[in-house]
Design a protein around this ligand. Structure first.
Ligand code: UDP
Length: 322
């Protein structure tokens, strides 16, 4: 099977490429390197089943050729990371909405199955757990730019569902919850690589707000395993599916845990949100997925314990720094 991975030089994309190649699949990548990096896929370059193009998914002619040549698309290319989206509000909306529209239009032209990556951000500010795929979504006002990320991804979801309903296109929407592991960069705001790098340097670990906000973290290997199974799964067309771990932890406890596991002497400091992200920022206070639907579709749920994920990720950053 030949699979086109948009955003294949990114954190999730490059791990997906590794898994696909290890399973004997052919892989084609398109990535504009806005947040991805050639370093992530350098080890695959000479593989006979691997090819990549450095270009934007808004290049419709190139996307036309790449989609015509593949059997299935995993559309991961997007503006990601709260910090990145806040710093690049317009291009983030354009990439997320126009890029996905291009991918879906061409998937429909060539009748190819397409997995569209969405995000747990789309749930907005819920406090209940677990979050189910058919829950209502709660956002703040458009003056709070954070919600543009959720809203742009929600437009992607509506578009994918509309292609399924009106054209019977095989679309599957995946909502990924805080994926972590080796190769993730802290440059765009993601908390775990930031905390680990701060801990390894014995710099202050910067908890934003009071640290009582919670997240569940998902190991990258579990995420790509779930994506692979969804590629092969006969069911799921037109569905939205959560992919996430279920071990809930507060950000303050996460800081403590990372400091302990890294054997660091970092101080843990609390930074008000307006100092971290500027004014008009709103955080999500809780985010835990229901994984019932994922399990019913692919008989697999992410279950790598958080301590193990953190240990492996700390080792990765330690080796990278030395
Ligand atoms: N966060 C933090 N310190 C940092 C980076 C992030 O306390 O240096 C917090 C952030 O405010 C949020 C949580 O960690 O409550 C997860 O942030 P991230 O940007 O990784 O993901 P998201 O907010 O999209 O879940």
């Amino acid at each position: 099977m030949k699979i086109l991975v948009t955003g294949g030089a990114g954190f999730i994309g490059s791990h997906l490429c590794d898994l696909l190649i290890s399973r004997g699949e052919e892989v084609s990548v398109i990535d504009d390197l806005s947040t991805g990096s050639l370093e992530n896929i350098a080890h695959l370059n000479s593989h006979p089943h691997f090819q990549y193009s450095v270009d934007t998914i808004l290049n419709a002619d190139l996307m036309d050729r790449l989609i015509s040549e593949c059997d299935c698309i995993v559309h991961l290319a997007a503006a990601v990371g709260v910090k990145y989206v806040l710093e690049n509000p317009l291009s983030s909306i354009e990439t997320n909405i126009l890029g996905t529209e291009t991918a879906l239009k061409l998937a429909n032209k060539y009748r190819k199955k397409i997995l569209v990556a969405s995000t747990s951000e789309v749930y907005g500010k819920h406090m209940h757990a677990p979050l189910k795929e058919d829950d209502n979504l709660i956002y703040g006002p458009p003056s709070t730019m954070r919600w543009s990320y959720a809203a742009s991804k929600l437009v992607d979801e509506f578009t994918a569902i509309a292609y399924h309903r009106t054209k019977k296109l095989n679309t599957v929407i995946i909502r990924c919850f805080n994926t972590i592991g080796p190769r993730q960069t802290g440059m765009y705001g993601m908390v775990v690589p930031r905390f680990i790098q701060q801990a390894l340097r014995d710099d202050p670990i910067t908890v934003f707000g009071d640290g009582k906000q919670t997240r569940t973290f998902t190991y990258i290997e579990d995420v790509v395993q779930a994506i692979y199974r969804l590629i092969k799964c006969e069911k799921g067309a037109g569905e939205v599916v959560n992919i996430g771990g279920t071990e809930e932890i507060s950000i303050a406890d996460l800081a403590q845990k990372i400091r302990d596991l890294a054997g660091s002497s970092s101080e843990i400091v609390f930074i008000p949100y307006d100092k971290a992200y500027g004014k008009d920022f709103e955080d999500m206070m809780r985010r835990v997925p229901s994984v019932e639907k994922l399990k019913s579709l692919i008989d697999f749920v992410p279950d790598t314990p958080l301590d193990d994920i953190l240990r492996r990720t700390i080792e990765y950053f330690r080796a990278k720094a030395s």
